[in-house]
Every structure is written in C-alpha cells, then in structure tokens.
Design a protein around this ligand. Structure first.
Ligand SMILES: NC(=O)c1ccc[n+]([C@@H]2O[C@H](COP(=O)([O-])OP(=O)(O)OC[C@H]3O[C@@H](n4cnc5c(N)ncnc54)[C@H](O)[C@@H]3O)[C@@H](O)[C@H]2O)c1
Length: 296
C-alpha cells in the first residue's frame, strides 16, 4: 500500500516522495517505475526507492505502512505482535533521520500501532496521527451514495472510534447535500450500510485472499497528507492521542480532528448521544486491551 500512497501523492504533485522497504530492490523498482510515469502525468514530484533511511532524511511527513496485512479469517488484532516489532524498528530509524516530521501511522492494529509510534517517538501528540476514520468514512460514503443513487460528492460521513469491529459510524452526522441520512433512509437500511462499513476491510480481504485493501486506504492517507502540507485546516476523522477528550485518557481513538501544517491542530468534541458515547467508550476499551498486551 505504501507504493500506492506514493502513486496518489505523486499524481497530485504533493511533493518529493521516498519509498522505503526491507525487501532488496522492491522500493527501487517501484520508485523508478513511478518516477517514469511523471512526464506522462505532467507532474514534477521526484520519486526515489531505497532501503536506506539516510535517503529519507528530514522528511516533512512520514507515512508508516510497514507490517504484515490480514489474510482471510484473520482479525486486525492478530497482527499485533509482529507489527509491534516492525513498528519499533521503523519508528527508531525515522526519528533518527527525520526528527521534525509528522508521523501518519497506517499499519494495523491501527490504534495500538499509533500508540506504539507515539510512545516510542517521543513526539508531541499533534505529530502522531493514525489513519482509519477517513477510510472508514469513505467506505460509508460510498455505500450511502450507491444506496441513494447520488454523487459521492454530495455525501459526507463520520466514523469514529477504533479501527476495528467496534468502530462507531455516526449516521446523525452523515449527510447528503447537508440532509442527515437519518432523514433519507429507513433505520434498517442505515444499519445494513453501517454493518457493511464495519466489515469493509474484511470484505476486500475475502476477495483478494492474499492481502488487504490498498487503493482506498492510500487515497485516505493522501487526503491527510494534502491537508497537512497545504495547511488546509481540514476536519477529518483521525486516530488521535486523547488526553481527556470524550472522557478518554492516554489512548489513541478515532475522533474528528483539524489537520493543518502542525498536524493535529485541534480535536473536536462533538455532542454524542448516550448510545453513541457508550459505543465510543466500548471501542476505546478494546484499544486499551491491545495496548496493554504490548505495554505501551
Ligand atoms: N489503517 C488502515 O485503515 C489500513 C488499511 C489497510 C491496511 N492497513 C495495514 O497496513 C499494513 C500494510 O499493508 P499492505 O497491504 O501495504 O501490506 P504489504 O505486505 O503489501 O506491505 C507491507 C510492506 O512492509 C514491509 N516491511 C516489513 N517490515 C518492514 C520494516 N521493518 N521496515 C520497512 N518495511 C517493512 C514489507 O516488506 C512489505 O513490503 C498492514 O498492517 C495492514 O493491515 C491499514
């Protein structure tokens, strides 16, 4: 997925891009291939593939997608121990070579990996951001648009909570041309779309069999990177380290964030019903359990 992130970002000319991996030749081959597409795309993003962190020195943003992905039948949580070790390795090298960067964490289990990166990097909380909500919301938006036969451009949606089975889609705050979907669809239809959103990752894994989704996740990362690089102050659902917001302390959970040049510049505390708040707490509890396993 890292290469596909590079693809979307280069096609938007967001900056110069370095792809890094531990498989000899893989990042170099993908990087050169992408670079050679730039004259056709009329983009001046320079793309380099490498196994050496020196080539990544002083990056503004580092997106970490390193780690194993799910196979059919696996949950995101099954990846915990392997990806924790990979995250340790990657974060220590990133911090050495790009001490001022903003980290965007993508590897699963997402919230626990973001917490790992936050604790190991020693960065301030605005500079460590987990990507999940933008993807989960995009899935929900795609399903709403398909159901109603309207343009995806008309659909906004919010999915909060951890990136897992306990994610919290918020239909009340999801709209079509400004009209809440709760006004436009039967409750049972909304529930069906919410469930498909929760199972969105597994649905793709089941089709692909050898890996997990990458087009939509990397498009989601690209939206976050663009918001930061262009200082857009964009409100996007991101996994953020909470220090009391929503009554949650010392844990990464998906909440609405303002993304700008300093990373997470604000966390929005929107009003939730008791039921929505209970779902968010339940989601936070499952993140807490994972975080306890790796002790971060
Ligand atoms: N947050 C999300 O919404 C979301 C969505 C999709 C996938 N993911 C997660 O992202 C991760 C990557 O998925 P993918 O589809 O790109 O998998 P992938 O197998 O295609 O790529 C992962 C890459 O990481 C590399 N890697 C392993 N150890 C490394 C290390 N120490 N340093 C550098 N690179 C290393 C591997 O060589 C591999 O090329 C998985 O954990 C997956 O579950 C998260």
């Amino acid at each position: 997925m890292g290469a596909t992130c590079g693809h979307w970002m280069a096609s938007k000319e967001l900056g110069d891009i370095v792809l890094i991996d531990v498989i000899p030749g893989l990042p170099q081959g993908k990087g050169l291939d992408l670079l050679e597409a730039m004259p056709i795309e009329k983009r001046d993003s320079f793309v380099l593939g490498t196994e050496d962190y020196k080539d990544t020195a002083n990056s503004d943003i580092v997106v970490i997608t390193a780690g194993i992905a799910r196979k059919p039948g696996m949950s995101r949580d099954d990846l915990l121990n392997t990806n924790y070790k990979i995250m340790q390795d990657v974060v220590s090298k990133v911090v050495t070579h790009s001490p001022n960067c903003i980290l965007i964490i993508v590897s699963n289990p997402l919230d626990a990996m973001a917490q790992t990166a936050y604790k190991l990097s020693g960065f301030s909380r605005n500079r460590v951001i987990g990507m999940a909500g933008v993807l989960d919301s995009a899935r929900f938006r795609a399903f709403i648009a398909m159901e109603l036969g309207v343009s995806v451009e008309n659909v906004t949606a919010f999915v909060l909570g951890g990136h897992g089975d306990t994610m919290v889609p918020l239909p009340r705050y999801s709209t079509v041309a400004g009209v809440p979907v709760t006004e436009l669809m039967e409750k049972s239809t909304i529930e069906r779309l919410v469930q498909r959103t929760r199972d969105g990752g597994a649905e793709i894994v089941k089709y692909l069999k050898t890996g997990s989704a990458y087009y939509a996740p990397s498009a989601a990362v690209t939206e976050m990177v663009e918001a930061i690089l262009k200082d857009k102050k964009k409100i996007l659902p991101c996994a953020a380290y909470l220090e009391g917001e929503y009554g949650i302390h010392g844990l990464f959970v998906g909440v609405p964030c303002k993304l700008g040049s300093r990373g997470i510049e604000d966390v929005w505390e929107i009003r939730l019903t008791d039921e929505e708040m209970a779902a968010l707490k339940k989601s936070a509890d499952s993140v807490k359990e994972l975080v306890a396993v790796v002790g971060v």
